[in-house]
Structures are given as C-alpha cells and as structure tokens.
Design a protein. Structure first.
Length: 369
C-alpha cells in the first residue's frame, strides 16, 4: 500500500489568531446563520474559505470558533490526517483512543468516530490546499478521507456537523479531488482586504491597548494604514513593532518613533514576501515576473509561455501549479494576478530583470553608444 506523506508542505507563518478582530461581519453572519440552520435540522455541510496567505483566514477561524463555543457547539481543529486516521481524529475531538487490543478490539472509521456524540460539532481545517497532493489517489487513506468528507458535506453523520475548510488558491481543487465539488449558496467564500474602517480599528487597538499610546493615535493610524493595504498580515507587520516602541517609550508618540515603526513594518512585510517566494525556485520567479511586466493580470498562456523559456511543457506546468500552491499567483482561468499590490510591486522589483539595451539615454536626450 502506498503511504501518504506524513507532513504537509511547510506553510508560511500565517497561523496566528488575530488578537484584535474587526471586520468580516458579513462572513461571520453567514457562518452563524449556517450553524443555526444546522442546529434546527438542516443537513451538515462544508464551507470553504479561500484566500491568499496573510488574508486573515486563521484569525477568522478563531472568531468563528469563539462564536460556536458560545453557542454550545463542540469545536475541533483538524490536521488533514484526521480525515483518515481515527486516532488522530479522536485526539482532535478530545477523546481517548479506542481499545485496539484484547479479545474484542474496537476498530472504528473516522465516520464512526464523528457519529459517536450527538452534540453539534464544528470542524476547522486550515491550509486545506495541502490536501491536493498529500495522498496518492489509489491509497486506502485517500478513499477513507474522501468518504469522510462526503459524509460531512452531505449531512450523513446523524448529528449536526459543519466543516469549515480554509486555504489558499488550490483549496477548492483539493476538495474536488476528494469528490467534494458542489457548494451550497454562501458556502464558498473568498476573503478580500479588510475595509478601511476595520483596518484602522485594528491598528488603533494595538496602539492603545498593546502599546499604551497616550493621547489621540490618529496621526500614527493615518500613517500606518496605507502601508498595510488593509491586509491582516501586513497590519501585523506594522502594529507589533509599534506596540513595542510605545511600551519602551511610555506610550509617547513622536515623529521619530513613527519613522522607526514604519521602517520596521516595511522590513517585516518584506520578510513575509521573502518567505512566500522561498517555496519556488528563483528561475520560476524570474519567469513569472517577466509575464507580469506589462500588466497586473495575465492569462495562463502568458505565464506558461514565460515558464517555457526555462522548462519543457511538463516542467512549465509543474512550475505553474507550484506558484499557485505557494500563493504567488491568484485567480482562475482566464486571468491571473500576483496577489496584493504591495506583493506585486515587491515581486517585480526583485525578480523582473528587463533586457538592457546597448545604448544609454541621458537627460539631455542624447544617446550614447
């Protein structure tokens, strides 16, 4: 039997729950409505939240977990392996392992484990894109995971169960590979940047509650907010050094302090970008940057043409999917983009090398050989 890989691809550090959560109210209302419907007898289902690295998927899952707990739901955070390994699933549910020795050993499937309790159950699966290649399709584990997911998705567990899966670009394709293909209305969600008001509220909370800022933090909020593009991970890049600086200086906000905070935030943001591109070879990055040199959105064929400069057809296809998996590309046919304007600009600055002409133009307008 072919064994599954025991570990999923190493993710970018995008797993911190939001300390101060604002926004996403429309999505939270939808999720709470679905929980209420399931509690009232509607069949269980799967909700997919798809977004780029740093969009706040995990912070949103944390907020959903809190709300579900307050409603009396049992909540379990799953690793992908819990879908085919009953012992891992039991551990996630806080249950002891079944007795597997002696004259009458108990051998339960993951579906059996999920049926054991009557209470409403919320399952949270982060980094769902890892399911895309973690299992060989003909393996026993793949078939078990597929049966488990379909039983949840189709409400066949004889109890209220809701699975919320969150992940990056290929998460929907990963679930489709496991035969979860159709989502009810409102059950496929994509995360956009926060609203400006939510972004500013998060920044202000950090400055005042974490940093102890004295007086009106408006000037600092005004300066930090545009640098974050209202992207939760970017906000984190700036507010953490801001809070540290304020604590070290008694909460006093000065122009010098703001300058240092903005520099530290940009450095943190760039480190995050560097971590993203570590998942692809440098020559892939050069090819992709070349495809985007003249446009913010390009077709798959544009990307493939650029990759084929360094690869044969199969290698170019592998590189293309690698970029999707790592969050370098977002979108769906026929148009793709490099997510987040700040990342797009940084990516081209670092990986697009235009051909240098043999002549140099000077300010005078003369051309020197």
């Amino acid at each position: 039997m072919t064994k599954p890989r025991n570990t999923s691809p190493a993710p970018v550090d995008d797993l911190k729950e939001a300390k101060y959560f604002h926004g996403r109210n429309r999505i939270l209302r939808k999720l709470e409505e679905r929980m209420e419907q399931i509690t009232q007898g509607a069949p269980g289902t799967t909700i997919l939240i798809q977004a780029e690295a740093g969009a706040g998927k995990t912070g949103l899952l944390g907020a959903v977990r809190q709300r579900a707990g307050s409603r009396g739901w049992q909540v379990a955070v799953l690793r992908p392996q819990a879908l085919w390994d009953a012992d891992i699933l039991r551990s996630a549910l806080g249950q002891s392992e079944a007795e597997t020795s002696g004259p009458n050993p108990t051998v339960l499937s993951t579906i059996d484990v999920l049926k054991e309790q009557p209470h409403p159950l919320l399952l949270l699966l982060d980094e769902a894109e890892a399911l895309h290649e973690i299992l060989p399709e003909q393996s026993h584990e793949f078939k078990t995971a597929s049966r488990c997911l379909r039983a949840i998705h189709n409400g066949q567990l004889e109890r209220p169960v809701l699975l919320i899966a969150a992940g990056r670009a290929r998460s929907r394709a990963a679930l489709a590979r496991l035969h979860v293909t159709r989502f009810s209305s409102g059950c496929y969600l994509e995360l956009d940047p926060l609203t400006d008001a939510a972004c500013r509220a998060v920044i202000q909370d950090w400055l005042q509650r974490e940093g102890g800022a004295e007086g009106d933090p408006g000037a600092w909020v005004d300066a930090i907010a545009p640098e974050t593009y209202a992207w939760p991970r970017h906000i984190q890049s700036y507010v953490e050094p801001a809070a540290v600086w304020l604590r070290q200086h008694g909460g006093v906000m000065t122009p010098e302090g703001l300058t240092k905070v903005l520099a530290a935030g940009e450095e943190n943001r760039n480190r995050f970008f560097e971590a993203l591109v570590q998942g692809i070879p440098e020559k892939d990055a050069h090819c992709i940057a070349q495809a985007f040199k003249d446009s913010d959105r390009v077709s798959e064929s544009d990307i493939m043409d650029s990759l084929r400069q360094d690869y044969d057809q199969e290698g170019a296809q592998d590189a293309y999917f690698r970029a999707l998996d790592e969050g370098i590309l977002k979108g769906a046919a026929p148009r793709y983009a490099i997510p987040i304007k700040s990342f797009h600009d940084w990516f081209l600055d670092n990986y697009y090398y235009p051909n240098v002409d043999q002549t140099t133009e000077h300010d005078s307008g003369e051309v020197e050989p």
